[in-house]
Design a protein around this ligand. Structure first.
Ligand code: ATP
Length: 585
């Protein structure tokens, strides 16, 4: 098929914002497309060459495309660049300069969809020595045969900015309308949700028709679109809706879909991006934790501070992109633990149509938990009281709430429904203010922090008793220089034993007289059985802890330890926060 036909439809699609109209236009295009080009047209319409999860990126550098455009049109590079600055869209520039080019090619062949796709694919796949030159040649080859309008879309594609505004679900609608009837739309969508590959769905529809979709199954190393959760206001509502159900801790991290084969393990994000390279410690952990070798698991990856054993905010690992050495360093510094909550494939057996109960059982049986891979904590109940207690436990453990799951629910890929209901609390506002805490002890560092302290033990001041009670371990927010000098800095106030004015359940590696005051920012205050601030005040046998504490960099030399935040203030802040705690976001 001529590429011009697709471009004609793209122009019309750009002219509308109405989904129904877009669908109609797409149906027209798909009907005109011969079976062998169908998947290619679908990918090109999405502005890509392969499904997302394969990670094949076009994204040529704009500078390079400018060079090719200048070359193809006989224009000066500076002139093309100036036009780009004016228009901000290299596609529009391409359209203009190709239209007004002085050097017309001696002969040109109309572009076909197959030719455009093949060249773009080669551009995306080229790598290694001399690849720049080959990419330039492939693009020049297309541009010298392109009409101005074709050039516009080709250039947008190569720089990774196609942005036609056609949602994947609109393509699903169009495919259903082209190959089936409206009532069969769900079957088409299901195939897409399971395969995450619209090109594949198009290919199957074109070659085997609607019936062929039944052969689209969950497959190792091809991610499935994630099942999503609805939310409800109270645990009461959740339990009335689901009845007896499974409540799981809701971990605050990054959703990971792990595909475990005999030869390799691959990890995918919630957006189906291949993130294997970013989490070497999960891959390593899975290797020993999973007995079965053809499995797909889902879980939440949470960074853990190896010095304190506590969860860290996810930002600590979200910077894990780029060079492998950096990733390895960060994996040592802030390793993540994967809390597995679902099992979608076992021994190549697709478990998604099976009820939650069965999938969880499969998960429990194939996993041998280790430091890096653990099972999500779960409780099955129909009691609101028990659920509330479990919710508090989840918060204490550093989680952001609960995920309720219907016991009989199947895994509905890509769907957001009431089979899963999230219940979390709001925080952050309560601790928008910083607090000032007193250093009372320290823990020896490990890994990169060997030889200095890994974390400081921080306390709030109890005015009534005139003692300092611990409320967190502080390990983040220090620059390297400060870290290195910590032992020196505290040498003068170090004591052999816990000073009498310090109340702590934790055994620190070094104890200090309460002197230094540090400004700390935290995410919220949680109930904790290990910290002694406001002990017994909220719950018997528990104190208050600061979650995600971070040193702001400010030493409050202007404050005496008795001027630090008091345990009474912490309690007030906690109460303020708890007022909103059962109100979900
Ligand atoms: P969503 O993923 O629903 O679009 P979101 O990205 O804002 O929303 P949340 O509202 O925080 O995320 O809740 C859903 C997410 O919670 C899941 O996508 C998953 O990453 C995470 N999660 C943590 N623990 C669990 C669990 N036990 N079961 C399922 N999901 C969990």
């Amino acid at each position: 098929m001529q590429f011009a036909r697709a471009v004609e439809v793209y122009e019309q699609i750009e002219g509308t914002t109405k989904r129904l109209e877009m669908t109609g236009l797409l149906v027209g295009l798909l009907r005109d497309t011969p079976p062998e080009d169908l998947d290619k047209v679908v990918y090109l319409t999405q502005g890509r060459i392969h499904p997302d999860y394969l990670g094949v990126e076009l994204g040529l550098a704009e500078k390079m495309v400018i060079r090719v455009l200048a070359h193809a049109t006989g224009l000066d590079e500076g002139r093309v660049e100036k036009l780009w600055k004016e228009k901000g869209d290299l596609g529009l520039v391409a359209e203009q300069v190709i239209a007004s080019r002085r050097l017309k090619p001696l002969e040109s062949t109309p572009l076909t969809v197959a030719k455009v796709y093949a060249n773009l694919d080669s551009i995306a796949q080229e790598g290694g020595e001399g690849s720049q030159e080959r990419k330039i040649r492939l693009l020049s080859d297309l541009l010298s045969n392109a009409t101005p309008r074709e050039a516009k879309y080709i250039v947008r594609m190569v720089v990774g900015k196609m942005r036609l505004g056609v949602a994947d679900m609109t393509i699903v609608d169009a495919l259903a309308a082209t190959f089936a009837t409206k009532t069969d739309r769900d079957r088409v969508e299901r195939a897409y949700n399971v395969s995450s590959d619209l090109g594949e769905v198009a290919r199957v529809l074109a070659s085997k028709g609607l019936k062929g979709l039944e052969s689209v199954h969950l497959k190792l190393f091809r991610p499935i679109r994630a099942m999503l959760a609805e939310r409800l206001e109270t645990l009461d509502e959740i339990l009335s809706r689901l009845g007896k159900c499974a409540l799981e801790y809701k971990y605050d991290g990054l959703r990971v879909q792990a595909h475990i084969g005999t030869e390799k393990i691959e990890l995918f994000s919630r957006h189906l991006e291949n993130i294997t390279g970013q989490f070497p410690e999960i891959v390593e952990g899975l290797r020993s934790a999973v007995k079965d070798r053809a499995a797909i698991l889902e879980g939440e990856a949470v960074p853990v501070d190896p010095n304190t054993g506590e969860f860290l905010p996810f930002q600590e690992v979200s910077r894990r992109r780029g060079r492998k050495t950096d990733v390895d360093k960060m994996a040592m510094e802030f390793p993540v633990t994967l809390f597995a909550f679902d099992c979608l494939l076992r021994e190549n057996d697709d478990l998604t149509p099976r009820p939650y109960r069965e999938r969880r059982k499969a998960l429990d049986s194939i996993l041998r938990p280790n430091d890096r891979i653990r099972l999500a904590t779960v409780r099955i109940t129909d009691s609101v009281k028990e659920a509330e207690q479990f919710f508090d436990e989840a918060l204490q453990a550093g989680c952001e709430g609960l995920m309720a799951k219907a016991l009989e629910s199947t895994y509905d890929a890509g769907a957001r429904g009431f089979q899963w209901i999230k219940f979390k609390k709001e925080y952050s506002a309560a601790l928008s203010d910083t607090i000032d805490l007193v250093v009372v002890g320290a823990f020896a560092g490990r890994g990169k922090r060997a030889g200095t302290y890994g974390a400081l033990l921080m306390a709030a001041y109890d005015e009534q008793a005139d003692v300092f009670r611990t409320t967190c371990k502080l390990g983040t927010g220090f620059d390297d220089e400060t870290l290195r000098h910590l032992p020196d800095k505290f040498k003068g106030s170090q004591r052999e034993r816990r000073p009498p004015r310090v109340d702590s359940k934790l055994e620190a590696d070094a104890w200090f007289d309460p002197e230094a005051v540090l400004e700390v920012r935290g995410a919220e205050i949680t109930v904790s059985p290990v910290h002694t601030a406001a002990w017994d005040k909220v719950r018997p046998g528990a104190g208050l802890a600061i979650r995600f504490p971070r040193f702001t960099g400010r030493w409050r030399d202007d404050k005496k330890p008795e001027d630090a935040t008091s345990t009474k203030e912490l309690l007030e802040m906690y109460n303020l926060q708890i007022k909103r705690a059962r109100k979900p976001t």
